[in-house]
Write a protein that binds this ligand. Sequence first.
Ligand SMILES: *Cc1c(COP(=O)(O)O)cnc(C)c1O
Length: 379
Amino acid sequence: MKFSTRAIHAGQTPDPTTGAIMTPVYLTSTYVQQNPGIHLGYEYSRTGNPTRTALEQNLASLEDASHGLCFASGLAATDAVLKLFQSGDHVVAGDDLYGGTHRLFTQIFQKFGMQFDFVDATDPQRVVDAIGESTRMVWIETPTNPLLKITDIAEMVRICREKSILLVVDNTFATPCLQQPISMGADIVLHSTTKYLGGHSDVVGGALITSDDDLRDRLAFIQNAAGAIPGPLDCFLTLRGTKTLDVRMERHCKNAEQIAQWLQDDPRISTVYYPGLESHPGHEIACRQMSAAGGMVSFVLVDESESHAREMVSRTNIFKLAESLGGVESLIEHPISMTHGAIPAEVRQKAGLSDALIRLSVGIEDLEDLKEDLDAAIG
Ligand SMILES: *Cc1c(COP(=O)(O)O)cnc(C)c1O
């Protein structure tokens, strides 16, 4: 079955007792057993819940993978991956990560003796150079947040296989609709399902996808033992979101492409970051590993002052000033005072994250309305 068909049907069958076409929301904490240990596959809802199972199978199918595991948030999923390791283990990560991922690595797991190096993963040699004896994992985002840098996934797979270390790809920005890292050889894909997969800004969630049976078992153990699971209603909402992922992404990408092009040609703008533009340094790799360039666009105004950027993001009407991304509605934000405030200034500067950077999550509204809104706010 093709992607858009799987998005609607994978993991879901009409309810055998009523014929309900939608997966029921199983609001139950426990399940009756026939004899001790003899049951219909479920014992307790931290360990498993049928609504969650449907979502886990659906997400695995979208990534063309064997297993999915859902969590209470993207960061809860990240936390579960880190719990595969122990004190002394070393991780090489990209230097333009989601702010919360950076915070979890450095302010929680570093305390327990894990070590992290952040390098510009767009240059594979830097990843190779950072790998040492105790390195257990390479963690990348591509495209990154908020600079939309592109890392060559195939090259990362080659490096990690040679050194026998895990490759984890945070695929939140691209979604499986545009890019499928497991098919390319990545060990684990992470999603903040809060974003495009949910797609309607009404639910927080996370997921891990893998085709490795052993990894699946170890991660399922952590999911149950640490317990950061999503509730059944959250799973239902996310499952409803994935049904329209294909059509939503088509419009997100079309609108974002047009807006990036238009901003690039505007004399009031100094730099536009969008992997779909030929001027983007990762454009060629993006064309190779993504089917379209996504719905996120970042840019800097000609007047590169932080105060000017803060004023501009407060002047839009349709683009709402808010954190998060990937919903049907367009959002605008100022990363250094919002989503990326947790990253120390010197780390931000090293990664090239300007104090004047503005980030757009381009929604699926009418393109002309979106352009008019930005045009007036740029002033
Ligand atoms: C939002 C986000 C996360 C964290 O997910 P939550 O659901 O907010 O916990 C991780 N990675 C990326 C790229 C994100 O955008």
